[in-house]
Design a protein. Structure first.
Length: 227
């Protein structure tokens, strides 16, 4: 079974609102993002993971609709080798129906997938992959989710520079082929298009040590009675 949970704490990043319709993305505002990247750590032992890029901010545009299903995602790298254990996304109240999360290589190979279960009506949703997926430092990956309803959260522009949180980097659009990414589709597919550095509020769960995250299973041991 996949483990899922909902995170309810909220914070606010200063990203601006953007709109998109099928075939014609529209921009409501193009002011620069106000998020200040954290200094990039270089010592693996300093990280207190599980780690995520966005943690728990709240999008300004929680509910944006397209007329078709869509897969939306984010290009990212890690500064150290480790494992992706799951996927997160921010869900607006209009984003109903089933959602599935995906981890891809930069050339579109599907590395892991999971179906979200027990979602809340809105807020951050989280699901764990069946097994941790090893990732290599300074290598680009894509984390995404599919929504058949066409509703999603979005703010833009966001990726004018690398956004760093601990060992995770959300890549700047320039030089990475565009970030975030999307594709209109009726089923899960690799998102390979981008428009004006849109942030679709998709995130990863990263650990540097799988063993450290495992909880030992306690088994009771029967003690024979003396005769």
């Amino acid at each position: 079974m996949f483990k899922t949970r909902t995170l309810n704490s909220l914070a606010t990043f200063g990203f601006t609102v953007g709109l998109m319709i099928v075939g014609l993305p529209l921009v409501a505002s193009q002011s620069k993002a106000t998020a200040t990247p954290a200094p990039e750590a270089t010592v693996e032992g300093t990280y207190n993971c599980p780690c995520s890029i966005w943690e728990t901010p709240e999008p300004r545009t929680k509910n944006q609709q397209d007329a078709a299903g869509v897969e939306v995602g984010l290009k990212f790298q890690t500064t150290v080798d480790g494992y992706i254990t799951g996927v997160r996304f921010y869900k607006g109240s209009a984003n109903k129906g089933e959602h599935s999360g995906h981890l891809w290589s930069s050339d579109g190979e599907l590395l892991a997938e999971v179906t979200f279960e027990d979602e809340s009506a809105s807020g951050w949703q989280e699901a764990s992959f069946e097994k941790p997926i090893p990732v290599t430092a300074k290598t680009t990956y894509v984390i995404s989710y599919f929504t058949k309803s066409g509703w999603y959260s979005v703010d833009r522009p966001t990726f004018s520079k690398n956004l760093v949180n601990g060992p995770l980097i959300a890549l700047q659009s320039k030089g990475s082929g565009g970030n975030g990414v999307y594709i209109y589709t009726g089923k899960p597919r690799f998102p390979n298009q981008s428009f004006q550095s849109s942030n679709y509020w998709v995130d990863v769960i990263f650990v540097t040590d799988v063993a450290a995250e495992a909880t030992p299973e306690v088994t009771a041991t029967a003690t024979p009675k003396s005769s």
